[in-house]
Design a protein around this ligand. Structure first.
Ligand code: SAH
Length: 397
């Protein structure tokens, strides 16, 4: 007998709109005795079928929907089919890079699953009870679909805590993972630290934006704030930047950045990796009267949840204001927020406020987002987290 979750009256609406989450507050009753991660049949208050989903008794998101199709059977073959579809969709990226997100959770119909590929290495992250329950089948499908043999798991994300799942990291198949996996993106080589790096080791999501920086960097003095292992800096140098100052508070990240710089035969230009707090460093640079022609602001998530939005907005405003003041006339500002709780409109308002306070004229040249291997499900806008703006400071003012 299949276990069922019946929703309260009116709570079927979001599922009917193909949003894949059922919140605990929307559940009227659970029938049967589903174990963590088991597949349940989700029914409306009137008893109609809404979807198949994974039951997560410890999470505020009580069910994550696998499928809205009653004829689907959620089994190993179903996971293999979804994974095959996701992997196939990434094929066009192979010409640009061998660092690719193969599976991006909800957007690929696999809530809670992230899979990245670095060269011949696969890395998976299981962040919900459902994918945890199907872990072995998912791993087998990943190996079969890609034809690769090395699979590492880095399920250490904070999201697992909210699901009541312990962290897990280690080799799932093949050789133990290295901390210097070479990848090449748009001709620039990086060394990915899978066990120790942020996310699964690399900010794959910024690929298109690194290329955008490279395209516009020629002859420009570049300031890269929150540079981590220097992705934007290396792209700027490859694009012919005249100099680069890169700032991060993490010494190990900067050491890795310098190592990657040495690995690439980049055009010679003065390049400084500075260990400092960006807020302090921006103040100091302003006091010194420094000017830059291209500035990147890619800070950590200032708003980890909706509670932090106000304080985060102030922090985004402060760094953008200072960056705009440091920008030479005709200069470019690449500014990002990866806070899911701050949407595109709010981020644009914050940056517009900084432009006004800085007393400069600025044009929005482009909106920036994560690459196409981080798609957003149209019915699940929460999936959009990375947003950016490319501004040009007027050359007249
Ligand atoms: N732009 C990077 C990713 C940034 S991740 C890339 O493209 O790869 C955020 C980075 O900000 C981390 O490396 C972290 O060490 C750094 N950081 C966080 N708070 C900081 C602060 N106040 N000053 C300087 N660096 C900071």
């Amino acid at each position: 007998m299949v276990d069922t979750v019946t929703l309260k009256p009116g709570k079927e609406r979001s599922l009917l709109r193909r949003h894949p989450w059922v919140y605990a507050g929307g559940v009227a009753r659970v029938q049967g005795n589903p174990y963590v991660g088991d597949t349940v049949r989700v029914l409306g208050a009137d008893g109609r079928f809404l979807g198949w989903g994974a039951f997560s008794p410890d999470s505020a998101i009580r069910v994550r929907v696998w499928s809205f199709d009653e004829t689907d059977r959620i089994d190993a073959g179903w996971f293999a089919a979804r994974i095959r579809r996701a992997v196939a969709a990434r094929a066009p990226l192979a010409a640009d890079t061998d660092a690719v997100r193969l599976v991006f959770g909800e957007a690929d119909g696999l809530p809670g699953l992230v899979v990245d590929r670095y060269g011949d290495q696969l890395v998976m992250q299981l962040m919900a009870a459902g994918v945890e329950r199907w872990r072995h089948d998912i791993a087998a499908a990943l190996l079969a679909v890609t034809g690769l043999s090395d699979l590492h798991e880095r399920s250490d994300a904070a999201a697992r805590e909210r699901e009541g799942l312990p962290p897990r990291e280690g080799t799932v198949a093949g050789r133990p993972v290295g901390d210097r996996l070479p990848v090449t993106e748009h001709g620039v080589r990086y060394l990915v630290d899978v066990p120790g790096g942020h996310k699964t080791g690399f900010y794959i999501d910024q690929r298109d934006n690194r290329r955008e920086v490279a395209r516009r960097a020629a002859g420009r003095a570049v300031l890269n704030c929150f540079c981590y292992t220097g992705g934007f800096t290396l792209a700027a140098l490859a694009g012919g930047a005249s100099s680069a100052l890169s700032i991060d508070s993490s010494g190990p990240a900067l050491a890795r950045a310098a190592e990657q710089q040495a690995l690439n035969a980049l055009p010679a230009a003065p390049c400084e990796w500075r260990e400092a707090d960006v807020f302090e460093a921006l103040k100091a640079l302003l006091a010194q009267g420094r000017r830059f022609d291209l500035i990147v602001l890619d800070p950590p998530k200032f708003a980890p949840s909706a509670h932090h939005v106000e304080r985060a907005a102030r922090a985004y405003k402060e760094i953008n204001l200072k960056a705009l003041r440091l920008l030479a006339p005709g200069g470019l500002l690449f500014t990002f927020s990866c806070s899911g709780a701050i949407d595109v409109d709010l981020f644009q308002k914050i940056v517009a406020g900084a432009v006004i306070d800085a007393g400069v004229d600025a044009q929005l040249l482009r909106r920036l987002q994560a690459g196409e291997d981080h798609p957003m499900l149209m019915t699940h806008p929460e999936g959009e987290y990375l947003k950016g703006l490319l501004l040009a400071r007027s050359s007249a003012g």
